[in-house]
Write a protein that binds this ligand. Structure first.
Ligand SMILES: CSC[C@H]1O[C@H](OP(=O)(O)O)[C@H](O)[C@@H]1O
Ligand SMILES: Nc1ncnc2[nH]cnc12
Length: 293
């Protein structure tokens, strides 16, 4: 058993969390660059929590410019075991209404201008993304949201678009009618891929803020409406976060989904062909498998 350390990545409208004991902002240096911000570390019910605002305090980073690799590396480096992403999302389904939460379990990655892997020339690895989220952590997020009085839907496909512009009507219809997507956002990819490479359990909580552009009665998306929905949900969202530690427990066993062993058979590059500089950068992410004899 190892101690649980919960990492929370807050998306649009969530730039800090309150109620942490001994809370302090910590600068974490990563060989993958500067994370979006310092990390807010503290304890909730005796369990360690680390919070990172994805777009930085003041929302200065666009979805394309979020330093996804530095963020995931920093969380891993500081000892986080379980990462919960909280994101504002558009809905492609009438029944997924603004104010509801969806516990996402699949992704379609349409992003194209981001670094998507820690690995590459000099250390090649292929992890499975068949089941990109952790079922155990997702179950905890579902219970916490339900207990906080939130309408929550378990399972859903998140379409990750590059942005920063919202989708055209034609794109919105294609994602919904032909691609089977349930929600849309701009940030969960490559975040989920990188969390898997870093052997971190990852769950994604989509807070529905709008109906994107397909809905005949709702017109185009606008940021004012998104912020109003997020603000209206803030108290319940905070309540949900407060419930997580008790549900997760202070100690964790190996993840039954295997998230914490994702690299076990993933690395292809022969030891003598590995690039020492890249291997050094992978110390936190892949040290468990690269450093064994
Ligand atoms: C404020 S609307 C668009 C913006 O909100 C979402 O951010 P996040 O996923 O970090 O909550 C969406 O992905 C866009 O980045
Ligand atoms: N409709 C939408 N499309 C992309 N990202 C979003 N974030 C919130 N609503 C969104």
């Amino acid at each position: 058993m190892t101690p649980t350390k919960i990492g929370i990545i807050g998306g649009s409208g969530i730039y800090e969390i309150d109620g942490l004991e001994d809370a302090k902002w910590i600068e974490v240096n990563s060989p993958w660059g500067k994370p979006s911000d310092a990390l807010l570390a503290g304890r909730l019910n005796g369990i360690e929590i680390v919070f990172l605002p994805r777009h930085g305090r003041g929302h200065y980073l666009s979805p394309t410019d979020v330093p996804y690799r530095a963020n995931i590396d920093a969380l891993k480096r500081i000892g986080v075991t379980d990462v919960i992403s909280i994101s504002a999302c558009g809905s492609f389904r009438e029944e997924l209404a603004p104010g509801d939460f969806v516990i996402v379990d699949q992704f379609i990655d349409r992003t194209f201008a981001r670094d998507k892997s820690f690995f590459g020339t000099g250390c090649v690895a292929h992890v499975s993304m068949a089941h990109p989220t952790c079922d155990r952590l997702s179950a905890v997020c579902e219970v916490a949201a339900r207990d906080a009085g939130i309408t929550v839907h378990r399972g859903g496909t998140y379409l990750a678009m590059e942005g920063p512009q919202f989708s055209s009507l034609a794109e919105s219809r294609m994602y919904r009618e032909h691609w089977g997507s349930d929600v849309i956002g701009m940030t969960n990819m490559p975040e989920a891929k990188l969390a898997r490479e870093a052997e971190l359990c990852y769950a994604s909580v989509a807070m529905i803020t709008d109906y994107d552009s397909w809905h005949p009665e709702h017109g185009a998306v606008d940021v004012t409406q998104i912020i109003a929905t997020l603000t209206g949900n803030a108290d319940k969202g905070r309540d949900k976060v407060r419930r997580l530690p008790a549900l997760l427990g202070a100690e964790r066993d190996l993840c039954p989904c295997g998230c914490d062993r994702a690299l076990e058979f993933a690395i292809m590059t022969a030891p003598e062909k590995r690039d020492p500089a890249l291997v050094a950068k992978l110390d936190a992410v892949a040290g468990r498998v690269l450093n064994r004899g």
